[in-house]
Design a protein around this ligand. Structure first.
Ligand code: AOF
Ligand code: ZN
Length: 360
């Protein structure tokens, strides 16, 4: 079997692992010097054997001598929950290693160099585009040390998220709401501020239009310092809520990434959305626009530290969809700014901080 065919098989094996969690899905095929498949392995999730070690465990001692290991991710170089795969491959007498994507982990990287220093031939980049696409959410979170952040709001044509008395159910129609639930099911976690928990008592589950739970449920994350009311709907969520103080969003996001949250849906309210936007920590906006006017003070997004037009945050429209009577606008930032509390403009004044003020 040629390298590319073996890598395709390794990718197939990788799909058997769990799609969510701290660790990536990884597959491995061990080929003899003649290209025959000697063993296959895959990773079953954090705390279990890595793909290489799983494949090697299926061989008799000495059987991997002179063989080639084909693995979707660069073999790790660290002792985490398990030992370094680079060392396991060296000890097994592997002569050649072929991998697709480099390991971006801060502690786990460096396996390729370690293999080379042990005299093993190493080839990188085989089927790299396919494996990158397969691991996209894990790679994003590991490379950026935070989940991919989507901020969503529903607003009137004039950009209001609620009427003056605070009522907001329902600005958009059923098609827009169904779209939100489908997207909730596709992310690892949903964030709200404590103000929203107190004001709206959201369940933060992903449901069908009939109200049944979808198969995948995002973990609820609550930002803010106020305690959750004992009877809050969120306490009946299938996953226990994670609470974050919100004093430093960048470090909160790092903590979520370390817990295996690769994608985060920020659902509100305006205070939390504004804090993420002000901090430059947003990768995607989902704006559901209803053909109504509400006027008044309840804007969808509050202060972003933009005081003059030159400081406007720029996005481009990635997609516009009609959902029933409403529109969905998907927008991506043109450039991500560094966290606001670490930047100082030319006059020496610092911009808005990355913390969440109390509100909704
Ligand atoms: C590999 N092969 O099959 C996987 C790798 O805590 P640990 O010991 O499970 O290490 C987790 C890290 O190892 C993970 O974040 C990623 O960088 C790498 N995963 N590496 O050589 C595998 N699953
Ligand atoms: Zn490993």
């Amino acid at each position: 079997m040629a390298d590319a065919a073996a890598m395709r098989r390794a990718l197939e094996l990788a799909t058997r692992g769990p799609a969510r969690g701290v660790n990536p899905r990884v597959g491995c095929v061990i080929l003899s010097a003649h290209g025959d498949v000697l063993a296959e392995g895959w990773h079953r999730g954090a705390g279990t054997a890595h793909a290489e070690v799983d494949a090697l465990s299926k061989l008799a001692p000495g059987a991997a001598q002179g063989a080639t290991a084909v693995v979707t991710l660069e073999p790790c170089n660290h002792t985490g929950r398990t030992g370094p795969c680079a060392v396991a491959l060296i000890d097994a007498g592997i002569a050649r290693v072929v991998y697709a994507v480099a390991d971006p982990g801060d502690r786990s990287a460096g396996g390729a160099d370690r293999l080379r220093s042990a005299g093993i031939e190493v080839a990188a980049g085989v089927l790299v585009d396919e494996v990158e696409a397969f691991l996209d959410d894990w790679l994003f979170a590991t490379r950026h040390r935070r989940p991919h952040v989507t901020v969503k709001w529903a607003a009137s044509l004039d950009g209001r998220a609620a009427a003056s008395d605070g009522t907001s159910r329902w600005i958009t129609g059923p098609a827009a709401r169904a779209d939100v639930h489908r997207r909730r099911a596709a992310v690892d976690a949903i964030a709200v501020g404590t103000g929203t928990v107190l004001a709206d008592d959201p369940s933060l589950t992903a449901r069908t239009p009939a109200g049944e739970l979808l198969d995948a449920q995002p973990v609820p994350v609550v930002f803010g310092r106020r305690p959750l009311p004992a009877g809050a709907a969120i306490t009946r969520h299938p996953h226990a809520p994670i609470t974050m103080r919100g004093a430093d969003l960048a470090s909160d996001l790092l903590e979520l990434q370390r817990r295996g949250i690769r994608s985060l849906f920020v659902e509100g309210g305006p205070t939390l959305a504004s804090a993420f936007l002000a901090a430059g920590l947003v990768d995607e906006l989902l704006v559901y626009v209803a053909p109504v006017l509400l006027g008044g003070p309840r804007v969808a997004v509050g202060d972003l530290g933009v005081t003059t037009i030159a400081e406007a945050r720029h996005f481009h429209f990635a997609a516009v969809e009609r959902l029933g009577d409403d529109l969905l606008v998907v927008a991506h930032p043109v450039q991500t700014r560094p966290p606001a509390d670490t930047t100082t403009d030319s006059e020496g004044t610092s911009r808005a901080s990355t913390s969440v003020r109390e509100g909704n």
